[in-house]
Design a protein around this ligand. Sequence first.
Ligand code: MG
Length: 388
Amino acid sequence: MRNREDIEKSEEERLAPWASRSRLSLGRLYPEPEHEYRTAYQRDRDRVLHATAFRRLQYKTQVFIYHEGDHFRNRLTHTLEVAQVARTVARVLGLNEDLTEAIVLAHDLGHPPFGHLGQTEMHTLLGEFGGFEHNRQSLRIVDLLERPSTQYVGLNLTMETRSGILKHGSAFPRYPHPVPFPEMGTSPSAEAQLANLADEIAYNSHDVDDGLRSGLIEHEALMEVPIWREVCTKVQRDWGTTATDGNAFRRRAVGLLINELSSDLIRNADERLSSAGIASAQQVRESKDHVIAFSSDMQQAKAELAAFLRANLYLHPQVLQIATEAGRVLSDLWNLYRDQPELLSAAAREGLAGEPNERALADYLAGMTDRFAMDEHRRLIGTPPADS
Ligand code: MG
């Protein structure tokens, strides 16, 4: 049997010099004794997986509202796909898989209902209170809103997982985060950088899959995107299957797309790590440039695919129409609760000392699943929401 110290020692042998080591974690806000056989990052991952907010991901939209079909991605299946890509790449690059997985499983917890347009609506509603940002909200959830313990507030995760959830791009929002955060360097850890790019690999690929399957994207139109054309040519050549074969062809091509993106990321990151002579996790954080990155050719190819998805899927009239309805559900509920706070539970009303009540209301609305928001709208306002 191996205890935690054995596993920490085995990290020394398994991990690359640039990986985060659980033994060197900056620790938690509320000090706790270490676990007998789980490392600090394994515990973080387990805490996120058991969080209430994690289970709600199942009923939150990625692109398609939950009732549009049982086969489309929701935020839970999206998160699991990101975790799978990220763990594969982490293992190849010698990164800390447990830390990578903890960050990935938590990365979308802060998303409000109804996908990207739900976030836009929340940002508008919170305009005079500093806006709304989903990475920031994920951090609020793990630091403040989850309450699994009587000993502390939040999940009491390590600084490395918290920092990975926040992402540096959102480190300077217009509203403060009322939980201390240590200075951790210019760049995110290699594990956090990977989590972010694995997210891109997963959503670009599965949105192609769901877009084609739903019929909102036409295969012929998508063939104008070079990277898709390339993977289709390879699938035809290597498996002798064509687009007329439907499902099987699409799945092969999407699988190959994930593989091409992941392989490019691995090759390019490996090159960057060695040419920059990175010898520690600290050096990754001090480095001005990110070490985990796609090649510039792949960056370009990915941008073309993303632009296609935006124009043809995210802004598809059918998606937009549902999003408009969903935005109305959120703004109606916001206005109603602001006028009649007695409709909220005591816990939702309480909020946090020193913060405007609107932030507590935002926590409540953002925490809703698509289904709960529509049910509440129907119950309290009564006009038919999106699904009627
Ligand atoms: Mg995501």
